[in-house]
Ligand binder design. Structure first.
Ligand code: C2E
Ligand code: CA
Ligand code: CA
Ligand code: CA
Length: 277
């Protein structure tokens, strides 16, 4: 039994050091990719349920290392990048490229807001809001052209200075979405303290609705409170017509999901926007 315990101990420490090594390698490769510009932004449309038209789009990062076998999806590399300052450089790249894209589209007469995902670690650096303003100025954009997506856990942990900065951006006209709503540690009562304009309900709630009474009760409660607080509701992960109809029945404003479109390249997004006029 003692030997077995020792083996298990070795097994775990081995697995742990292997994982550490893996994370260290991913971080090193990300660093290389940053200097080689080996990333791409895909865009996923967010539809206005009333008009059926694209209202905005979310920028989603993809890693395209030269050695394709090194690539891992964002839900793997973002958390690793968040453990170091890498996320700040990656966030810069995302912001810069989203602004550049918004400018290109404007020049072609295409007006669409681009929402970028922002990590808590980026906000902690006070320079974030200066960079945002600089980027908007550099590409001659308006505050409404670039939206921010933040999770509730970020907002709960944010100090007053960050909340003040966010409030200021809201006053300027920046749309701020509370991402993955319902999966974090906050409660509905927190909502009125956060400077947000949109509530994005996490797709896990939609999954069981409308059949599962508990899931639909939660969906309805979130939508109702959101609307009482004058927030727009966005439902993500809409995959079926039935889910779309359910969102309509709840008077949800915006939907996003594979039913409408997967995240697509800038060119494909442009074609989509041009087609709808
Ligand atoms: P998220 O912000 O919640 O983004 C939504 C994720 O759901 C995306 O995964 C999207 O491709 C996926 N999705 C969209 N519609 C559907 C659907 O109908 N069904 C299903 N099953 N999935 C759907 P993706 O692109 O792999 O991104 C994963 C996460 O990585 C994002 O979750 C976000 O937290 C993070 N991320 C992505 N890009 C960035 C970025 O530029 N910066 C930061 N900080 N995080 C990012
Ligand atoms: Ca998001
Ligand atoms: Ca989300
Ligand atoms: Ca998520």
């Amino acid at each position: 039994a003692k030997a077995e315990g020792r083996n298990r101990y070795h097994f775990f420490t081995h697995a742990l050091s292997q994982q550490l090594r893996q994370h260290r390698d991913i971080a090193a490769n990300l660093r290389t990719s940053l200097s080689n510009n080996e990333f791409e932004l895909l865009y996923q449309p967010q539809y206005d349920l009333k008009t059926g038209k694209v209202a905005s789009c979310e920028a989603l990062l993809r890693w395209r290392p030269q050695n394709e076998s090194l690539a891992v999806p964002p839900n793997v590399f973002i958390p690793i990048a968040e453990r170091s300052d890498l996320i700040v450089q990656i966030g810069n790249w995302v912001l810069e490229n989203a602004c550049q894209q918004a400018r290109l589209w404007k020049e072609k007469g295409i007006e669409v807001r681009i929402d970028v995902n922002v990590s808590g670690k980026e906000l902690e650096k006070t320079a974030y809001f200066e960079r945002l303003a600089d980027c908007r100025n550099q590409y001659h954009l308006l505050p409404k052209d670039i939206g921010l997506e933040l999770t509730e856990n970020i907002l709960i942990k944010s100090d007053n200075a960050i909340l003040e900065n966010l409030r200021y951006q809201r006053d300027l006209g920046v749309e701020i979405s509370l991402d993955d709503f319902g999966t974090g540690y906050s409660s509905l009562s927190y909502l009125k303290h956060f400077p947000v304009s949109h509530l994005k309900i996490d797709r896990s709630f939609l999954k069981g609705a409308p059949e599962k009474a508990f899931d639909s009760a939660l969906m309805e409660a979130i939508v109702n409170v959101g609307h009482k607080l004058d927030l727009f509701i966005v439902v993500e992960g809409v995959e079926t017509e039935q889910q779309s109809d359910y969102c309509k029945s709840l008077n949800v404003e915006f939907v996003q999901g594979y039913l409408y479109s997967k995240p697509i390249s800038a060119d494909a997004m442009e074609a989509l926007l041009e087609k709808q006029g």
